[in-house]
Each structure stands twice: as C-alpha cells, then as structure tokens.
Design a protein around this ligand. Structure first.
Ligand SMILES: Nc1nc2c(ncn2[C@@H]2O[C@H](COP(=O)(O)OP(=O)(O)O)[C@@H](O)[C@H]2O)c(=O)[nH]1
Ligand SMILES: [Mg+2]
Length: 659
C-alpha cells in the first residue's frame, strides 16, 4: 500500500529539516575563491527554507503570496494600488529609500499572514488604508522599521491570494535590495513589473533567470508602453522571455496613461491582470498547482545550491589539509634537523668534548679495556672526591647544546611555516591577527624539560640494563650519572653502532665513552642502548615540535572539523527522494482519520522548531486560529546572505542542467 500524502509529507519535512541543519552547520571559514558566494548561498537557502519551503510543504493549501517585483520606478506601487482600487501603498521615489514592504491580504487570510509561519524573521506591523493620494498612501517611511512587513487586511484583496509590494530589486540601499530578493524567494508567484524603456536591464533579468530556474509562475507586466508601440515592444519582450525559458509566462501590456488626481491608473488598465489573479485565487486546484510547482522548483534549487555548497565545503577541507601539511612539514623538517644535529657530532664539539676529555682521557683506551676500566674508575672516584663534578659539566654542555638546537630549529620551523602559509591569499587571511611566526613562549622551558626527562629515561634504561650483579656493581662504582653522560656522548658521537676497527676512525674521546659502556654492558647492549636512547630522543623532539605546530589548531581546526560535502549531498538527495514520494502519494481521503492525520503535520516533524504552530490547512475549510504574531527581530547580518540568491543564479542553473 502506498503511504498517504500526510505520511510522506512528514517524511519530507524531516528530510528538509536535516538538509537545513546540514546547510546551517557547514563550515566555510576560509576565504578561498567562491567561499563568499557559498556562504551567501547557504544563508539564502536556509532563509528560504524557513521563509517559504517549510511552511509551504507543511500547508500546501495555505493562501498564496504574489510578490510584485521590479526595478525602481517600474510602477510596482502604482500597479498594486490599481489592483486594489484605492491608494494603499506609496508611489514615487521615497526617501529614505529603505521602506517596509506592504502585504495586502483578505481579512479571511489574516491568520496565515499574521503568523510567523512564513517569513518568520520579519516583524509584523499592522497597517491601515487611509484616505490619501498614492504619493502619500501607506505607512510613513521609517528606516528603523526595515526588516518588518506591513500587513494590510482589505476586503478588496481576493481571498487566498495576498499581494506584496516589494522593495526595488535594484535599490541603491543594500538592505532594500536584499529584502526584495528574500521576498521574491518566499513568493508563490511573481508579478514582475518592468517598463517599455527598461525591460532589457540586467538586474531584472537576473531575477527572471532565477524564476525560470525555480520554475516559478511569473506574470510579466510591461508598464508604461507608449500608445501605438504595444505590439512591437511586447513582441520583443516575449522573444526575450522565450530565450530565457520563460516563454509560458503571461505578458500584460499596460499602455501609458495619465494618472488621476489620487495618482491612480484607470481600473481598465489592469483589468486583465486582476482577472488573471482572481482566476488563480478562486481556483483551489490551480492554487495548489502553482504552490506545488513553486515548492518543487524551490526544492530543486535547494538541491543545486546544496551541491554547490558541498563542493565549496570540500574545497575548504582540501585547502585546510594543504595548509596543515605545510605547517606539519615545517615542523617535521625541524625535528629531522634536530635528529641530524644529534647524529653528526655537532653537539659534541668544543666545550663538551673538552670536558669529557678532562674527565676520561683518551690515550690509553686501546691497551686493555679492563685495566683502562679500573684506572678510569679510580679517576672517576677521585673526581667525585676532590673536585667539582665534571660529569655535571659535560652534562650541562650537552644539555645546553641540545636545548639550543631544538630552540633554533623550532624557531626556524615557526618562521618557515608562517612564510609558506602566507604565500597564499587564503593563508594571509587565515593568519591575520595571529602570532605564529615565532616559537611559543613556552618553548625554551619545554625544551629544558625535554632534556631532563630524556636523561631520566636514559637513567632508567641504564638501570634496567644493569640487572646483573657485576654490571650493577660497575655502574654503582662509576655513578649512574657518569654512565648516563657516557651514553649521551655515545648517542651524539654516532658511535653507538660502530665496532672494532671503526672505533679508531670515530676516534677521540667519544670512543672512550663507548668503550667505557661496552666494558660494563657489552657491545650489543651498548648498540641497543644507544639506539633506544636516540629513538626516545627523536620521539620527544617530535612531540615538542608537534606542540609548537599545534598552535595552528586554533586557526585550522574550525575548518577541518565538521561534516564533509557528502553530508550535504546525501541530505539533498534524500530530500529530493522524499519530495518525489510526496508528489506520487495519493491524497488522503476526507475522513476522520485523515483529519487527525493532517494535524500530525504540525507536530510530528522535528522541523517543528520553536515556532508556534497552528492547525493544518490541508483539510479545506478548517479554520485557522490566529496566533499572536510574535515575530522575531531580524537576525544580525541577515540581509547580507540574501544577495547570493541573485549572484549564484546562472552557475547553479547551469549545474542544474547537467544533472
Ligand atoms: N503617468 C503615469 N505615471 C506612472 C505610471 N506608473 C507609475 N507612474 C509614476 O511613476 C513613478 C514611479 O511609480 P511607482 O509606482 O512608485 O514605481 P515603483 O518604484 O515601481 O513602485 C510615480 O511617480 C508614479 O506616479 C503610469 O502608468 N502613468
Ligand atoms: Mg514602490
């Protein structure tokens, strides 16, 4: 058995909510090419879901909203007044240019338009029809009220079809223009007004292209056509519409005529438009068809937009991975260089070797190890008894050498990473205000700690190695720290792996250290100890560099974290599948079951966020209670996001055609 329309609609509302969350949550912080557009498109898509798609899907039979759009001075307000029959909205160029849109509806539709189910972020202001000429009709312009819509209930407006006089689509005031785009995105149908002089302008056509892409019902009003030129101008406009995929849009030609003393057009001039609108308003099936078509078109566009944003998201992830790789490479290289420095003997130059030589001597090592050992031991004991402790001096030299190498290399890594990242514009943008060109203030302290911890680990290694009685005795007789210093010398002399004759080449006092250790532990064990000691140091150095590199997390993690583009693609595909199921589902029978079923549309979906919900209108004739129009204030920066609805249009459309 097929699922009913209500059940499939609830499923689709779920999918819509999932797509909304995915869009809302997608991280696009990097300023790579196209990111601005993607962010704007995301804002516009989320807004359109709230303003239009969700309420329309939930209430397919709710009254339609016809938005009158067009350029400044295209006669939109004059047209709206003519359609109503009295001056209801102010005509002429208005200063300030920011003016609230006026939504005219039948008193019977007050509940729907007064509630915040549609356009939830626009505050509602109740307006009245006053006796005034068109140039002074409507509300006093109030720039502070931008972001609200004036609701005028009037019997002359047909039931089930409200008319909204939108701001100019080409307004010089950003917020006006953006509001116009937002309102057109929330319309079930457009009444697009243009004039004989200006119908070829680019801005209106961008919006008409959007209408075509969304498959929205558009009536085009060709206004102020000089008497006698109607045929020619209309033919030209129709040809343009045809080319842009709007060949089926009705064109209404309004011949230029004088306005009366109230600034009104003669009623006859708009009779045809009125008839078109009344025909739609009075035909339930036609209304449902228009709403369904606009809804389907909007969902289709949402899918295209979601996929474009998914691509943008993937690019963010790739770019972040590149930047992360750049940083990691700089610090990996630094760890490698520290490793090289510990291998090539650099750390044993100068003072270290001198101290070590003072301590163990070199000349007589190769005679017999055992006798050398006892003499060495004697000398060591003597050192301990009489003089400052040379192993501590050696240790200190090694420590400061190792410390300096690590600090130097971390500094070089910081500046390398900084410079490489900042080679790209996105890197410069990302790092603006950050301070990562230099090592962290904790570096020196951490490096000291590292050396100390490493030495402790070496002591532990040696202690573990000195398990046998004889070995233990020898270690104790020399002192654990002497052995530890010897092991450090061996590690840094790179002699840990050398044997026999090679020792002669490695030469010098470092060899003495190795011989000393070999005497105590045996050759294999020393090789192992040295290798372990070096591995341990390498691990610690990498961790130290890692901690320095991790300072980039604050910049990169916000980009790296979050869903991939596929989450958006999947959400879009699932919504599209759910919408297909709605389209093919049989209408629920008009029974008690169906009635209680339709109520589920208001409550059952997680998409039913905090908004006040009213009984469904899916069952015709069911009364709507009015909720207090508790409109929310516009969100900060809201208007900025709408722009992309226009800008992204041609590309998204093209992408849409490929699918
Ligand atoms: N004579 C005449 N003036 C018109 C006509 N339509 C608009 N106007 C005038 O043109 C100006 C702009 O019209 P308006 O309706 O405010 O355009 P809007 O900016 O699109 O709302 C106003 O001063 C109107 O009085 C018309 O058909 N005939
Ligand atoms: Mg106007």
């Amino acid at each position: 058995m097929q699922t009913s329309r209500v059940t499939s609609t609830i499923a689709a509302l779920d999918r819509l909510d999932a797509l909304r969350s995915a869009l809302d949550g997608v991280a696009l912080p990097l300023s790579i090419a196209g990111a601005d557009a993607a962010r704007d498109a995301r804002g516009a898509a989320v807004r359109q879901i709230d303003d239009y798609v969700e309420p329309r899907l939930r209430h397919l039979d709710a009254p339609l909203l016809a938005v009158v759009g067009g350029s400044t001075g295209a006669g939109k307000s004059t047209l709206v007044n003519a359609l109503i029959g009295v001056p209801v909205t102010r005509t002429g160029v208005i200063r300030p240019t920011t003016r609230q849109p006026i939504l005219l509806h039948s008193p019977a539709d007050a509940a729907w338009f007064g509630s915040t189910r549609i356009l939830p972020r626009l505050a509602r202001v109740t307006g009245v029809v006053r006796e005034a000429p068109a140039s002074r009709a409507g509300e006093e312009p109030d720039a502070a009220q931008i972001g609200s819509v004036v609701l005028v209930a009037d019997d002359r407006v047909p039931r089930d079809l409200a008319i909204l006089d939108a701001p100019d689509v080409d307004s010089i005031a950003d917020e006006n223009r953006l509001l116009a785009a937002q309102l057109l995105a929330a319309a079930d149908l457009w009444l697009f007004s243009t004039t004989a002089n200006r119908y070829a302008d680019a801005v209106p056509w961008r919006l008409l292209d959007d209408a075509a892409a969304r498959d929205i019902t558009v009536g085009v009003v060709l206004n102020r056509v000089p008497a006698g030129a109607e045929g020619e101008v209309e033919a030209d406009l129709r040809q343009m519409l045809e080319l842009r995929g709007l060949g089926s849009a009705p064109v209404f030609v309004v011949t230029e005529s004088p306005l009366d003393d109230r600034g009104m057009l003669p009623a006859a001039a708009v009779a045809e438009i009125r008839g078109w609108l009344a025909g739609i308003a009075g035909d339930r099936a036609e209304r449902a068809r228009i709403a369904g078509r606009t809804l389907a078109g909007a969902v289709g566009r949402l899918g295209v937009t979601a996929r474009a944003i998914a691509d943008a998201r993937d690019e963010q992830v790739v770019t972040a991975a590149d930047l992360r790789g750049t940083v990691d490479t700089a610090y990996d290289d630094a760890a490698d260089r520290v490793g090289d420095a510990t291998r090539d003997g650099v750390l044993l130059r100068g003072e270290v070797l001198a101290r070590w030589q003072d301590f163990v001597g070199t000349s007589d090592v190769f005679r017999t190890i055992e006798s050398w050992y006892s003499r060495t031991r004697d000398r060591v004991v003597a050192w301990f008894q009489g003089r400052p402790t040379p192993p501590v001096e050696v240790e200190h030299e090694i420590e400061s050498g190792l410390h300096a190498v690590m600090v130097d290399e971390a500094g070089r890594a910081a500046s390398d990473a900084w410079q490489r990242v900042r080679q790209s514009a996105v890197g410069r943008e990302l790092t603006a205000g950050a301070d990562l060109a230099h090592p962290s203030s904790a570096l020196s302290e951490r490096a000291s700690l590292l050396v100390r911890d490493w030495q402790l680990a070496l002591m532990e290694l040696i202690t573990e190695q000195a398990a046998g009685k004889r070995t233990k005795a020898r270690v104790m007789s020399l002192g654990l720290n002497v052995i530890t210093v010897a092991l450090m010398v061996v590690v840094f002399a790179s002699t840990g792996g050398l044997t026999g004759g090679e020792l002669a080449i490695a030469g010098g006092s470092a060899v003495v250290g190795q011989k000393l250790l070999e005497t105590i532990f045996g050759e294999d064990a020393v090789r192992r100890l040295a290798a372990q000691a070096r591995d341990d140091l390498d691990t610690r150095v990498r961790a130290l560099m890692g901690a320095e590199a991790a300072r980039w997390d604050a910049l990169l993690t916000p980009v790296e974290q979050g869903a991939s583009g596929d989450v958006l693609r999947d959400a879009a595909a699932e919504l599209e599948a759910a919408m297909r199921a709605v389209a093919t589902a049989p209408d629920a029978p008009e029974s008690d079951t169906a009635r209680s079923d339709t109520a589920r549309l208001d409550v059952a979906s997680p998409a039913a966020r905090s908004r006040a919900l009213l009984p469904s209108e899916l069952v015709e004739g069911e009364a709507l209670d009015d909720a207090a129009p508790a409109a929310e204030a516009p969100l900060d920066g809201e208007a900025d996001d709408v722009r992309e609805l226009e800008r992204g249009t041609p590309r998204e459309r093209d992408a849409g055609h490929d699918r």
